[in-house]
Design a protein around this ligand. Structure first.
Ligand code: TXA
Ligand code: MG
Length: 335
């Protein structure tokens, strides 16, 4: 092995580095995180520097279990007790009021902190061995695709991370559900694999926070969200059955004919296939969990392979697709 290679399986070294205030990338079931001691302001600042992330965007703090979470929460409401006991470890982040031990750098000056116990054996082993809370956003440069393999992290962050713990490909593939428990009615700030319906079955009604790109909002204000999943690659979405729009778009835009890709799930796209456009069709799984697991890895692979323009056939506007649609809305503009 190359001694300069940051990819490693050495958990004890990861713990030593975290204790020394260094940043360590580690696998979770959702995406790889870029971790640092959440009680050490210098260490946390290193995360923001490595990601190029604005200091105004708070970080999620990972904990081994609910007992550790309670130590860092000023208030651990009944809803948190119920949700943590039902779902943790899992892709569910609970936003609660924080204690002073979680440094202001983590929470971007807010009184709250997002806490989550991740369902990945290496993440849990790391958290138990380290003993404290680990602040970790996704281990990508700000505004880029989240990493779902150690290799993605190395390609993106390389020398700015001291060690990348390799835990294989992430099984969930998109980031956790973020649930705010500090508002009068709990609110989903970011949909994820733990669904609104699953949460409501435990604690009753929850809101979907304003700004979430659900279908009605998307229709009202297309393009209000980030329009590139990566700054260099324009990505356009269209609802299933609106294939003709891709043709119209190609006909009316001066476009580099190389690197045209359609993420295809339901339509057979016979209309597009019969044109002279050299379009590559990338087939996505029609099951929401499989689709989510493969999404970022597919985008990373296409990017490396010279992707120039991406057209995405949107999954149906159904609750089970809420998290995937959210990520696709953020990554694209309406065609
Ligand atoms: O699955 C995940 O959550 C991954 C893995 C590594 O655990 N982490 C992740 O972190 O996606 P990040 O920093 O990329 O996204 C954190 C999200 C952001 O949308 C942030 O605004 C929100 O959680 N967030 C974190 N703390 C918050 C707080 N105190 N109040 C409101 N939103 C918060
Ligand atoms: Mg992120």
């Amino acid at each position: 092995m190359n001694p300069a290679d940051p990819i490693s399986h050495d958990l004890q070294r990861a713990v030593k580095l975290l204790t020394a205030g260094c940043v360590v990338a580690f696998p979770t079931e959702t995406v790889y995180g870029l971790g640092a001691d959440a009680t050490n302001p210098q260490a946390v600042r290193r995360i923001f520097a490595a990601k190029g992330r604005p200091g105004t965007n708070p970080l999620i703090v990972h904990v081994a279990d609910a007992d550790v979470a309670k130590r860092y929460a000023k208030d651990w409401p009944e809803a948190a007790v119920a949700l943590a006991s039902k779902f943790w470890p899992s892709p569910l982040t609970l936003v609660v009021f924080k204690t002073d031990a979680i440094v202001p750098e983590v929470s971007a000056g807010r009184a709250t902190v997002g806490l989550r116990s991740p369902a990945h054996p290496i993440a849990l082993e790391l958290l138990r061995a380290f003993g404290g809370p680990i602040a970790a956003p996704s281990a990508n440069r700000s505004n880029r695709i989240s990493p779902t393999t150690a290799e993605h992290v190395r390609a993106e962050l390389g020398s700015s991370v001291d060690l990348i713990l390799d835990g294989g490909p992430c099984q969930v593939g998109i980031e956790s559900t973020v649930l705010d428990l500090t508002s009068a009615t709990p609110a989903i700030l970011r949909p994820g694999a733990v669904t609104r319906e699953q949460i409501e079955a435990v604690i009753g009604r929850v809101d979907l926070a304003a700004g979430q790109p659900d279908a009605s909002q998307g229709a009202k204000s297309p393009g209000q969200h980030a329009i590139h999943y990566a700054p260099s690659t324009p990505a356009y979405r269209f609802e299933a059955g609106q294939t003709a729009r891709v043709l119209d778009w190609l006909a009316s835009h001066p476009t580099d004919p190389t690197g045209l890709v359609v993420l295809q799930t339901w339509d057979d796209f016979s209309g597009l296939r019969s044109t002279s456009w050299p379009i590559h069709f990338e087939r996505m799984d029609p099951d929401p969990a499989e689709y989510a697991r493969d999404l970022y890895a597919t985008l990373h692979r296409l990017d490396t392979g010279g992707l120039r323009t991406l057209f995405i056939e949107m999954p149906p506007d159904e609750p089970r697709w809420a998290a995937v649609r959210d990520r696709l809305f953020r990554a694209t503009r309406a065609i």
